[in-house]
Design a protein around this ligand. Structure first.
Ligand code: ZN
Length: 262
């Protein structure tokens, strides 16, 4: 029973943080060899090893695998710092260049780039669940832009995790979500379980802010594709052949934007 629990924990830590499972095994090993006994020995060892690996060691090794951390600045930040603590913030250097180019263009607009899941630091094809494609360092999700009811651009989000707060289609708009759900793609709106709570109920979706962010990203020749739900694409009157529909097998994209390199 205890072995089964350890096995499940190992799998969970590996799937959610990539290095967590390995760090857990090392913690178990050290805990066994270390004769001194104290309460929560393995947990304390794991926490210390995990944090030092995540914050100090992994950033040094990742470039050997062609990836680096998303570079933070006054304008580029994670929506939730847990993304960084879970090693879900690694990209190819070219994607950092794309973000930096976008940042330069956004100076003075009041718009910030808040990023969500990117990729793990190591190994191509190692999936970053629940995303289907974030496995090669070329992908990153970005938060939508919100504004106050007076139209003042805000830097805040409506979901704690950054996922799962949907900007639903209006009655007059094409409803791709309903189409996917009625065709049996029941996973399509699963991100609704991932909000970890909604906040800032006074804010509303900013058409101008989000449109400016997307149009600025589209200026980069490094961009391959951008995914957003069709009703938001038409609400913002966006026209660019790189804005694609991701398909019903993915999840709905009216809570975030997905971008990827060529
Ligand atoms: Zn994505």
């Amino acid at each position: 029973m205890k072995t089964l629990f350890k096995f499940i924990l190992f799998i969970f830590l590996t799937v959610s943080t990539q290095i967590g499972g390995l760090v857990y095994l090392i913690s178990l090993f050290i805990s066994k060899k270390w004769t001194r006994n104290f309460k929560f020995k393995t947990l304390i060892l794991f926490t210390g090893l995990y944090l030092s690996s995540t914050l100090l060691i992994v950033p040094l090794i990742a470039p050997l695998f062609g990836r680096e951390k998303v570079q933070h600045s006054d304008i580029i930040k994670p929506t939730n710092y847990v993304t960084v603590l879970m090693n879900r913030n690694y990209v190819r250097p070219k994607l950092n260049e794309l973000l930096n180019e976008t940042e330069q263009e956004l100076i003075g607009t009041g718009i910030e780039i808040h990023y969500l899941d990117a990729n793990f630091p190591f190994i191509n094809k190692f999936p970053l669940l629940p995303h289907l494609s974030h496995n090669d360092g070329k992908k990153i999700d970005l938060s939508l832009i919100y504004e106050t009811e007076n139209g003042q651009i805000s830097k805040k989000q409506k979901s704690r995790s950054g996922y799962g707060y949907f900007e639903h289609p209006k009655p007059s708009e094409f409803d791709q979500i309903n189409k996917c759900l009625t065709h049996g793609y029941f996973q399509y709106d699963y991100p609704k379980y991932l909000t970890f709570g909604t906040v800032n109920s006074d804010l509303v979706f900013s058409i101008t802010g989000t449109k400016l962010l997307i149009n600025t990203i589209l200026k980069s020749s490094k961009l391959g594709k951008l995914f957003i739900e069709p009703h938001l694409k038409s609400r913002m009157s966006l026209k660019d052949s790189r804005i694609r529909y991701h398909g019903c097998r993915a999840v709905r994209h009216d809570d975030h934007i997905h971008i990827q390199l060529k």
